[in-house]
Design a protein around this ligand. Structure first.
Ligand code: HEM
Length: 460
């Protein structure tokens, strides 16, 4: 086919397309541009050119580790101030990434994660007890409590450390520092450097938050060295394992950066997923009914066990469909290793260009999902149908060598927590007419979602 120019919305000198950004809700601004310009468009943010890809076909084309590598730019680059060359924020060629990747892969596989069931139940139990004690009239902010669950779970499972978020009225200091830090990372990435230089107050606070978190991680690491425990948590793996290839271990600095990485990458994504799932299930009562029936049948009133998880296909489908419509890590970036063409020679892109896979947009590609692409329909994610989807139609955990290492962890946690909640409670909106609204920092969450939780009485 013949070659086309990649379309760009009208840009202003110097600032380019900054006016096209939606500062409060970036994904919404990008979704609007995708509606207007179609499969691909280019925007210029203060001289930085970003090429957005909006279809399954283009996503599939660039999901290829031989030709494209992860790009770390924008807010992810700001996060490096805290997590540096840790797994999530490492540049493509940093040697510590490969060492940590090889050393940690076994610690994140399904079998290793299985040993974390007990710790996951421990934290989940604190949420169940809270909702039960507060009673059916209490107004719950699910994002708030599910963030407590996710953050406490990752802290307990990765370093046997109790954040005790359920025992403080407000956010615990660590969680508050993390939230503020990530929010500022995003804002920093959209400020012109001249303006950024003037934001000394915000920068001082951002640096203080990062130092506070680094100090906590370093203290936990040092305490562990002085008082070793016999447990297979991620911290012990990092302290005592050696990279099978080089025989090298991780330095204390690298361990601290990866501990912080797990806390960053592992809490908002999972808690956002659980919040969206709560929303969709209340909004679609038929799906809720089917899921609760499956949970009751499989669990028979008993707490969730590891072997139950593979017997709940509808739960799996609901999680998949939630991650399709509301991928909490809504985009990722890749860079071509060499000059190349996309879409059968149609668009030319230079080596090193910033290509943004807009997961939020392209996972609703009507060519793949049909006219009801925007609807919540777990049925399309059941076994058989799911496997038959075009390649990379569903990619909420990223791709390939830089894909999510925490996927089995997140899947087990979300399955356990949501099955336990729905086994015990019937959920409803405080405002029965509530429709999904969004808020965004590094990840996306429902905005102004409030629910009530009433104990179910007919547990079999
Ligand atoms: C990478 C999504 C949970 C740790 C990624 C990436 C995505 C993602 C899209 C690729 C990012 C990129 O290409 O730039 C998710 C979602 C989750 C989740 C949707 C929950 C529903 C977790 C958890 C952990 C974790 C629980 C840790 C315990 C990581 C790490 C990386 C990563 C370390 C970087 C891997 C590397 O580059 O080597 N995740 N994640 N994630 N995730 Fe997750």
């Amino acid at each position: 086919s013949s070659q086309s120019r990649i379309p760009q919305p009208p840009a202003l000198p110097f600032i380019g397309n900054v006016a096209h950004l939606d500062r409060e809700l970036p994904i919404q601004g990008f979704a609007l541009l995708a509606q207007q310009y179609g499969e691909i468009y280019l925007i210029d943010i203060l001289g930085r050119k970003l090429i957005f890809l909006n279809t399954q076909e283009l996503a599939n084309e660039v999901s290829n580790d031989a030709k494209f590598r992860k790009g770390v730019a924008g807010s992810l680059n700001e996060v490096r101030y805290l997590s540096g060359d840790g797994l999530f924020t490492a540049y493509d060629d940093e040697p510590n990434w490969a060492i940590a990747h090889r050393l940690l892969m076994p610690a994140f596989n399904t079998l290793a994660i299985r040993d974390m069931m007990e710790d996951m139940h421990d934290i989940c139990g604190q949420l169940l007890l809270k909702w039960e004690r507060f009673g059916p009239d209490h107004v719950i902010d699910p994002s708030d409590d599910l963030t407590r669950v996710a953050l406490d779970t990752i802290a307990l499972c990765s370093m046997s450390y109790r954040l005790n978020s359920f025992y403080t009225e407000n956010q615990p200091a660590f969680a508050a520092a993390m939230t503020d830090f990530l929010k500022e990372c995003y804002i920093r990435s959209t400020r012109p450097s001249l303006v950024q230089a003037l934001m000394t107050g915000a920068t001082a606070k951002w640096e203080t938050d990062a130092k506070f978190m680094t100090d906590v991680a370093t203290r936990i690491l040092n305490e562990r060295r002085e008082n070793p425990i016999d447990k297979k948590d991620l911290l012990n793996t990092m302290l005592y394992s050696k990279d099978p290839k080089t025989g090298q271990g991780l330095s204390d600095d690298a361990i601290a950066k990866n501990l912080l990485t797990f806390l960053i990458a592992g809490h908002e994504t999972s808690s956002g997923l659980m919040s969206f799932m709560t929303y969709y299930l209340i909004k679609y009562p038929e799906a809720m009914r089917k899921l609760q029936a499956e949970i009751d049948e499989v669990l028979g009133g008993q707490p969730v066990q590891y072997q139950d998880l593979s017997k709940m296909p509808y739960l799996t489908a609901v999680i998949r469909e939630t991650l399709r419509l509301a991928p909490t890590a809504p985009m990722r970036m890749v860079k071509p290793l060499e000059d190349t063409y996309l879409a059968n020679g149609k668009y030319f892109v230079k080596a090193g260009s910033s290509l943004v896979l807009d997961t939020w947009v392209y996972q609703k590609d009507p060519k793949v999902w049909g006219e009801d692409a925007q609807e919540f329909s777990p049925e399309r994610m059941l076994e058989g149908k799911f496997e038959a989807l075009p390649p990379q139609s569903w990619q909420p955990f990223g791709f390939g060598i830089r894909g999510c290492i925490g996927r089995p962890f997140a899947w087990q946690e979300v399955s356990l927590v949501m099955a336990s909640i729905l086994q015990k409670f019937d959920l409803s909106f405080v405002d029965p007419t509530y429709n999904l609204a969004l808020k965004q920092a590094l990840t996306v969450k429902p905005k102004d979602l409030f629910i009530r939780a009433k104990l179910r009485n007919q547990i079999p």
